[in-house]
Design a protein. Structure first.
Length: 253
Protein backbone atom coordinates (compact mmCIF):
# COMPACT_ATOMS: atom_id res chain seq x y z
CA UNK A 1 0.00 0.00 0.00
CA UNK A 2 2.83 2.38 0.94
CA UNK A 3 4.55 1.64 -2.39
CA UNK A 4 1.35 2.55 -4.30
CA UNK A 5 1.05 5.85 -2.40
CA UNK A 6 4.74 6.62 -2.99
CA UNK A 7 4.43 5.82 -6.70
CA UNK A 8 1.34 8.05 -6.99
CA UNK A 9 3.15 10.88 -5.18
CA UNK A 10 6.17 10.59 -7.50
CA UNK A 11 3.90 10.72 -10.57
CA UNK A 12 2.24 13.89 -9.25
CA UNK A 13 5.65 15.39 -8.47
CA UNK A 14 6.80 14.57 -12.00
CA UNK A 15 3.77 16.30 -13.51
CA UNK A 16 4.34 19.34 -11.27
CA UNK A 17 8.03 19.65 -12.23
CA UNK A 18 7.14 19.20 -15.92
CA UNK A 19 4.53 21.97 -15.65
CA UNK A 20 7.03 24.30 -13.98
CA UNK A 21 9.63 23.54 -16.65
CA UNK A 22 7.08 24.13 -19.41
CA UNK A 23 5.96 27.38 -17.80
CA UNK A 24 9.59 28.57 -17.61
CA UNK A 25 10.14 27.69 -21.28
CA UNK A 26 7.03 29.62 -22.28
CA UNK A 27 8.12 32.71 -20.32
CA UNK A 28 11.59 32.56 -21.92
CA UNK A 29 10.05 32.14 -25.37
CA UNK A 30 7.67 35.07 -24.78
CA UNK A 31 10.53 37.34 -23.67
CA UNK A 32 12.65 36.29 -26.66
CA UNK A 33 9.76 36.99 -29.05
CA UNK A 34 9.20 40.39 -27.43
CA UNK A 35 12.85 41.26 -28.11
CA UNK A 36 12.44 40.15 -31.73
CA UNK A 37 9.36 42.36 -32.03
CA UNK A 38 11.22 45.38 -30.63
CA UNK A 39 14.17 44.69 -32.94
CA UNK A 40 11.85 44.46 -35.99
CA UNK A 41 12.46 40.71 -36.46
CA UNK A 42 8.76 40.28 -37.08
CA UNK A 43 8.76 36.88 -38.76
CA UNK A 44 10.83 35.32 -35.97
CA UNK A 45 8.73 37.04 -33.31
CA UNK A 46 5.56 35.66 -34.90
CA UNK A 47 6.99 32.12 -35.02
CA UNK A 48 7.78 32.35 -31.30
CA UNK A 49 4.34 33.67 -30.36
CA UNK A 50 2.63 30.99 -32.46
CA UNK A 51 4.66 28.29 -30.67
CA UNK A 52 3.33 29.63 -27.34
CA UNK A 53 -0.23 29.72 -28.68
CA UNK A 54 0.07 26.06 -29.78
CA UNK A 55 0.67 25.17 -26.13
CA UNK A 56 -2.92 26.24 -25.46
CA UNK A 57 -2.01 29.55 -23.81
CA UNK A 58 -4.88 32.08 -23.76
CA UNK A 59 -3.64 35.55 -22.84
CA UNK A 60 -4.58 39.10 -23.75
CA UNK A 61 -0.87 40.01 -23.68
CA UNK A 62 -0.04 37.22 -26.13
CA UNK A 63 -2.93 38.18 -28.43
CA UNK A 64 -1.91 41.86 -28.26
CA UNK A 65 1.64 41.03 -29.36
CA UNK A 66 0.52 38.64 -32.11
CA UNK A 67 -1.90 41.27 -33.40
CA UNK A 68 0.86 43.91 -33.31
CA UNK A 69 3.27 41.61 -35.17
CA UNK A 70 0.73 40.90 -37.91
CA UNK A 71 0.06 44.66 -38.13
CA UNK A 72 3.78 45.31 -38.64
CA UNK A 73 3.78 42.64 -41.38
CA UNK A 74 0.73 44.37 -42.93
CA UNK A 75 -1.51 41.29 -42.48
CA UNK A 76 -4.46 43.42 -41.37
CA UNK A 77 -7.06 40.64 -41.27
CA UNK A 78 -4.95 38.48 -38.97
CA UNK A 79 -4.03 41.53 -36.89
CA UNK A 80 -7.69 42.42 -36.37
CA UNK A 81 -8.52 38.79 -35.54
CA UNK A 82 -6.02 38.69 -32.66
CA UNK A 83 -6.93 42.11 -31.30
CA UNK A 84 -10.56 40.93 -31.30
CA UNK A 85 -9.51 37.75 -29.45
CA UNK A 86 -7.81 39.89 -26.82
CA UNK A 87 -10.88 42.13 -26.48
CA UNK A 88 -12.99 39.01 -25.95
CA UNK A 89 -10.89 38.40 -22.79
CA UNK A 90 -10.57 42.07 -21.73
CA UNK A 91 -13.31 44.19 -23.40
CA UNK A 92 -12.22 47.43 -21.69
CA UNK A 93 -8.48 47.12 -22.38
CA UNK A 94 -7.50 50.52 -23.83
CA UNK A 95 -4.42 49.26 -25.71
CA UNK A 96 -6.32 46.51 -27.49
CA UNK A 97 -9.16 48.83 -28.48
CA UNK A 98 -6.70 51.51 -29.65
CA UNK A 99 -4.81 48.96 -31.74
CA UNK A 100 -8.05 47.61 -33.17
CA UNK A 101 -9.07 51.11 -34.27
CA UNK A 102 -5.65 51.57 -35.92
CA UNK A 103 -6.33 48.46 -38.01
CA UNK A 104 -9.84 49.66 -38.89
CA UNK A 105 -8.38 52.99 -40.08
CA UNK A 106 -6.15 51.11 -42.53
CA UNK A 107 -8.85 48.77 -43.80
CA UNK A 108 -11.19 49.43 -46.71
CA UNK A 109 -13.84 52.00 -45.78
CA UNK A 110 -16.71 49.58 -46.49
CA UNK A 111 -15.12 46.99 -44.19
CA UNK A 112 -14.64 49.55 -41.41
CA UNK A 113 -18.26 50.73 -41.62
CA UNK A 114 -19.54 47.13 -41.55
CA UNK A 115 -17.35 46.25 -38.54
CA UNK A 116 -18.23 49.41 -36.60
CA UNK A 117 -21.95 48.78 -37.23
CA UNK A 118 -21.64 45.31 -35.67
CA UNK A 119 -19.60 46.66 -32.73
CA UNK A 120 -22.09 49.49 -32.12
CA UNK A 121 -24.99 47.02 -32.05
CA UNK A 122 -23.14 44.90 -29.49
CA UNK A 123 -22.34 48.03 -27.44
CA UNK A 124 -26.00 49.04 -27.36
CA UNK A 125 -26.88 45.47 -26.43
CA UNK A 126 -24.45 45.48 -23.49
CA UNK A 127 -25.47 48.98 -22.37
CA UNK A 128 -29.08 47.82 -22.08
CA UNK A 129 -27.93 44.91 -19.92
CA UNK A 130 -25.89 47.31 -17.75
CA UNK A 131 -28.84 49.69 -17.29
CA UNK A 132 -31.07 46.79 -16.29
CA UNK A 133 -28.45 45.60 -13.79
CA UNK A 134 -28.10 49.07 -12.24
CA UNK A 135 -31.89 49.45 -12.01
CA UNK A 136 -32.12 46.06 -10.34
CA UNK A 137 -29.45 47.02 -7.79
CA UNK A 138 -31.29 50.30 -7.00
CA UNK A 139 -34.53 48.40 -6.43
CA UNK A 140 -32.78 45.91 -4.17
CA UNK A 141 -31.23 48.75 -2.13
CA UNK A 142 -34.64 50.40 -1.76
CA UNK A 143 -36.12 47.11 -0.60
CA UNK A 144 -33.36 46.66 2.00
CA UNK A 145 -33.85 50.24 3.16
CA UNK A 146 -37.58 49.67 3.54
CA UNK A 147 -36.93 46.49 5.56
CA UNK A 148 -34.53 48.44 7.77
CA UNK A 149 -37.14 51.16 8.41
CA UNK A 150 -39.77 48.58 9.37
CA UNK A 151 -37.29 46.77 11.60
CA UNK A 152 -35.95 49.97 13.19
CA UNK A 153 -39.36 51.29 14.13
CA UNK A 154 -40.72 47.81 14.89
CA UNK A 155 -43.51 48.07 12.34
CA UNK A 156 -45.46 44.92 11.44
CA UNK A 157 -43.71 43.16 8.55
CA UNK A 158 -46.96 41.71 7.22
CA UNK A 159 -47.96 45.24 6.20
CA UNK A 160 -44.68 45.56 4.31
CA UNK A 161 -45.21 42.27 2.47
CA UNK A 162 -48.76 43.26 1.55
CA UNK A 163 -47.83 46.81 0.54
CA UNK A 164 -48.23 47.92 -3.08
CA UNK A 165 -44.62 49.19 -3.15
CA UNK A 166 -43.15 45.84 -2.09
CA UNK A 167 -45.25 43.95 -4.65
CA UNK A 168 -44.18 46.44 -7.32
CA UNK A 169 -40.47 46.10 -6.44
CA UNK A 170 -40.67 42.30 -6.34
CA UNK A 171 -42.49 42.10 -9.71
CA UNK A 172 -40.18 44.58 -11.47
CA UNK A 173 -37.06 42.91 -10.01
CA UNK A 174 -38.23 39.50 -11.20
CA UNK A 175 -38.92 40.84 -14.71
CA UNK A 176 -35.55 42.60 -14.85
CA UNK A 177 -33.74 39.42 -13.79
CA UNK A 178 -35.45 37.45 -16.58
CA UNK A 179 -34.68 40.12 -19.21
CA UNK A 180 -31.05 40.37 -18.07
CA UNK A 181 -30.64 36.58 -18.27
CA UNK A 182 -32.10 36.53 -21.80
CA UNK A 183 -29.77 39.36 -22.91
CA UNK A 184 -26.67 37.74 -21.40
CA UNK A 185 -27.60 34.36 -22.89
CA UNK A 186 -28.15 35.91 -26.33
CA UNK A 187 -24.86 37.81 -26.11
CA UNK A 188 -22.89 34.73 -25.06
CA UNK A 189 -24.43 32.59 -27.80
CA UNK A 190 -23.23 34.92 -30.59
CA UNK A 191 -19.93 34.10 -32.27
CA UNK A 192 -18.13 36.36 -34.71
CA UNK A 193 -15.37 35.90 -37.23
CA UNK A 194 -12.98 37.91 -39.41
CA UNK A 195 -11.90 37.46 -43.03
CA UNK A 196 -8.13 36.97 -42.88
CA UNK A 197 -7.57 36.56 -46.64
CA UNK A 198 -7.12 39.41 -49.13
CA UNK A 199 -10.45 38.62 -50.74
CA UNK A 200 -13.03 35.93 -49.90
CA UNK A 201 -16.11 34.89 -51.82
CA UNK A 202 -19.46 35.00 -50.03
CA UNK A 203 -21.25 32.02 -51.55
CA UNK A 204 -24.92 31.10 -51.60
CA UNK A 205 -24.08 27.60 -50.32
CA UNK A 206 -21.22 25.70 -48.63
CA UNK A 207 -19.38 24.93 -51.87
CA UNK A 208 -16.82 26.69 -54.08
CA UNK A 209 -19.12 25.94 -57.02
CA UNK A 210 -22.08 27.70 -55.40
CA UNK A 211 -23.24 31.07 -56.70
CA UNK A 212 -21.08 33.97 -55.49
CA UNK A 213 -23.14 36.65 -53.73
CA UNK A 214 -20.27 39.07 -53.14
CA UNK A 215 -16.55 39.28 -52.36
CA UNK A 216 -15.47 40.19 -48.81
CA UNK A 217 -12.35 42.29 -48.31
CA UNK A 218 -9.66 41.58 -45.71
CA UNK A 219 -10.76 42.27 -42.13
CA UNK A 220 -14.50 41.94 -42.89
CA UNK A 221 -16.33 40.95 -39.70
CA UNK A 222 -19.57 38.97 -39.47
CA UNK A 223 -21.61 36.82 -37.13
CA UNK A 224 -21.02 33.08 -37.45
CA UNK A 225 -24.36 31.28 -37.60
CA UNK A 226 -23.17 27.71 -38.06
CA UNK A 227 -20.37 25.55 -39.45
CA UNK A 228 -20.59 22.82 -42.07
CA UNK A 229 -17.42 20.92 -43.04
CA UNK A 230 -14.88 23.63 -43.94
CA UNK A 231 -17.51 26.34 -44.34
CA UNK A 232 -19.09 28.98 -42.11
CA UNK A 233 -22.56 30.36 -42.64
CA UNK A 234 -22.29 34.04 -41.72
CA UNK A 235 -24.47 37.13 -41.32
CA UNK A 236 -23.03 40.61 -41.81
CA UNK A 237 -24.14 44.02 -40.50
CA UNK A 238 -26.56 44.47 -43.44
CA UNK A 239 -28.26 41.17 -42.65
CA UNK A 240 -26.87 39.36 -45.69
CA UNK A 241 -26.41 35.62 -45.16
CA UNK A 242 -23.94 33.47 -47.05
CA UNK A 243 -21.15 30.90 -46.78
CA UNK A 244 -17.39 31.44 -46.55
CA UNK A 245 -14.44 29.05 -46.44
CA UNK A 246 -13.11 28.53 -42.90
CA UNK A 247 -9.52 28.64 -44.23
CA UNK A 248 -10.07 32.28 -45.16
CA UNK A 249 -12.59 33.34 -42.51
CA UNK A 250 -11.60 32.61 -38.91
CA UNK A 251 -13.66 32.57 -35.71
CA UNK A 252 -12.93 34.99 -32.87
CA UNK A 253 -12.60 32.63 -29.93
Amino acid sequence: MNKIILTFFLILLGFSLRAQELNKDIINQFEASNKDLVNNNFERALTGYQAIEKEGIVSQGLYTNIGTTYFKLNHLGKSLLYFEKGILIAPLDTELNFNKNKVLDKLDKTVSINNLTIDNKRTVFLNIANILSITLIVLMVLSCLLYFIYFKFQLPTNKLLNSTFFKFVFTVSFILILISLVIVKTYQSKTYGVNTANLTNLNLGPSPYSKVIDSLSEGYKAEVIKKYDNWFEIKDAQGRIGWVNSKEFEEIK
